[in-house]
Design a protein around this ligand. Structure first.
Ligand code: TRP
Length: 355
């Protein structure tokens, strides 16, 4: 059984445990600010985070800005993407007084955990990570030191706050596995400081993009949460469908039509097949009209909340300041414990405390 199936098989029991004792769990999750968040993120992860938060699970969200440069040279527009992500978190229902929202680059002590953690993994383990391999292939570049080691950085994200539950899609599963390995080895070699985090695989369907491939900014097939209704109508209008008038759900032979049907179905809470039946012989024009209407009505309240919050220019900065301050505090505590465990207790900060 592959590790995805093995993890998936454990989900019902894990979900029970979360419902029974939410206070036993600490979630760390996040994403790279490489672009605007889209409907795939909304259905795939954002909603789930809000559900966990509202059930009483302590939640940390990293906006992984240092991870932007794993597979590209520049961090163009990173501050815009960070800002827009925070607006989407808030509009979805994350409460920054409950949930800590922070950025990698503002938490030096988190990044320092990378040094001991790197000593716990081998070159061969890093090189066989399937997600790193496919990201390298997709980037069309040679493997950078950061791309090779970012899963260890991700282990630091999870472990600095003693996260024990990581909601992930299939792509990030090998990284959670590595975080477990790092935690276990650190505990064995030095002192038992870290939990072994468990992956939480969400039930959310993978949201296909408008062309039927996975929804992704880089494929240009995504509906961003931040788009206006007109921009949404525009991307949907430009989707490639086919000339067959009868609309049917068939992702293999009719990816464009089926991508639109899936998108409309998610927003309407119904099934793509039923929407196809409803449209019948009215063709792609009607399918696009219906999908545009479904997406825009579904996102209208989210977008209204975003616009309202964006008008408060200090809001996002304040939330990040607060989140980063909390993350720094926690990371420094953990780093102190790590240095203690390693017998490195002569740092300047420790001396200052003794004076
Ligand atoms: N690699 C994740 C992504 O691209 C983002 C991420 C960074 C993350 N650190 C994390 C996810 C820690 C889960 C846990 O989506």
């Amino acid at each position: 059984m592959d590790s995805f199936l093995a993890s998936a098989a454990r989900m019902p029991a894990l979900k029970e445990r979360i419902l029974d004792a939410p206070d036993q769990f600490r979630v760390l999750t996040g994403e790279r600010p490489t672009g605007l968040l889209h409907l795939g993120h909304y259905f795939g992860t954002l909603q789930e985070r809000v559900r966990l938060q509202n059930r009483g699970v302590r939640t940390f969200v990293v906006i992984a800005d240092y991870q932007v440069i794993t597979d590209r040279d520049t961090a163009n527009n990173v501050s815009i993407h960070v800002r827009e992500a925070v607006l989407d978190y808030l509009a979805t229902g994350l409460d920054p007084t409950e949930t800590t929202i922070f950025t990698h680059s503002a938490v030096p002590a988190l990044n320092q955990l990378l040094v001991p953690f790197l000593s716990l993994v081998s070159d061969a383990e890093l090189r066989r990570n399937p997600t790193v391999k496919s990201e390298m292939a997709a980037s069309g570049r040679s493997l950078s030191g950061l791309l090779l080691t970012y899963p260890v950085h991700q282990a630091a994200d999870i472990l600095f706050c003693k996260g024990n539950l990581v909601p992930v899609g299939r792509d990030n599963l090998p990284h959670v596995e590595l975080a477990r390995t790092v935690a276990r080895r650190f505990n064995d070699r030095f002192a038992p400081l870290f939990p072994e985090p468990e992956p939480l695989i969400t039930d959310a369907p993978e949201v296909p993009g408008l062309d039927g491939r996975k929804m992704s900014k880089s494929y240009g097939n995504a509906i961003s949460l931040a788009m206006t209704a007109d921009e949404t109508a525009d991307v949907i209008r430009r989707t490639r469908t086919d000339g067959i008038r009868r609309i049917a759900f068939d992702p293999v032979t009719r990816p464009g039509v089926s991508g639109l049907l899936s998108t409309a179905a998610l927003c309407l809470g119904s099934r793509p097949e039923d929407i196809a039946d409803q449209i019948g012989d009215k063709g792609s024009g009607e399918l696009k009209r219906l999908t545009t209407e479904a997406v825009n009505s579904f996102l209208a309240p989210h977008r209204a909340r975003r616009v309202e919050m964006a008008a408060d220019v200090a809001l996002v900065d304040d939330i990040l300041q607060e989140g980063n301050a909390r993350a720094n505090q926690m990371a420094e505590t953990t780093l102190d414990e790590v240095r203690q465990a390693m017998g490195m207790t002569y740092s300047i900060r420790d001396q200052k405390r003794q004076l």
